[in-house]
Design a protein around this ligand. Sequence first.
Ligand code: ATP
Ligand code: IP8
Length: 260
Amino acid sequence: MTRLLILKLGGSVVTHKDEYMSAHTENIKRLAKEIAEADSYPLIIVHGGGSFGHPVAKKHRIADGRVDESQIFGFSETHQAMVKLNGVIVDILLKAGIPAFAFSPSSMLHTIGKRLKELNTGLIKEYIDLGMVPVLYGDAVLDSEQTFAILSGDQLIIKLSNDLGANRVIFGLDVDGIFTDDPKLNPDAKLIETFSIGNIEANVGDTTHTDVTGGMRAKLSEATEAVKGGVKVIMVNAFEPERVKAALRGEKVIGTILTL
Ligand code: ATP
Ligand code: IP8
């Protein structure tokens, strides 16, 4: 699918990360409007966990797999937190005129040692061919080595992009892109407009929020796989109006482009 676009809306973009289970409806509404105006299809949207999935997964130690019986309930609660957030996002997308269709990753895949090896993209493709916009998310999933795990939205989009042959992957973040250091901790950090995936000059850290899937460092490591596969990967600030829209349209925009 040579024209396929994949948009990741980071958890820090769709939730208030410091407020437990609080969706950032204002930002989601503006983004939905931009996505509708961009009119760039076919498109898959994947969103992160933010203050929904991460704190619940952390509380029940879901990411490292099954240790005791008490986690079974927590596993359900983690998934349910993501279902709730997904519901808010899909409702807003539909109201904006985007034919969004929710897919629950835990109902269609499992991981092996925390890694997603196989994904039935045929079904997703059928929905895309009908003109719909699949909306997936990071989820609590079954794992064949550790019973269960947390699959990050970042890992999921790279698999989707490699298997479906995406043209462009866009990460919507709460910062302008990749900086020489975490811009939230270091005011002197500079934006890197073209980031070579072998770059060891940049100090890429985790995140300042609760994150059971590894923050920016893990995001970059996942994105590396897509870049190696020939996909164009762009990171933009999804809090700044018009940037996601420009990135979807393939226009020049402030952000970071990842290269080999
Ligand atoms: P989620 O995993 O919930 O979807 P997200 O996709 O919104 O979250 P984070 O995991 O919060 O993204 O990662 C983005 C954060 O990474 C930024 O807010 C920033 O604080 C942090 N970060 C660390 N190092 C860097 C760096 N060198 N450049 C840019 N951001 C960095
Ligand atoms: O925020 C993690 O997805 P991410 C989802 O994309 C859960 O890393 C359930 C914590």
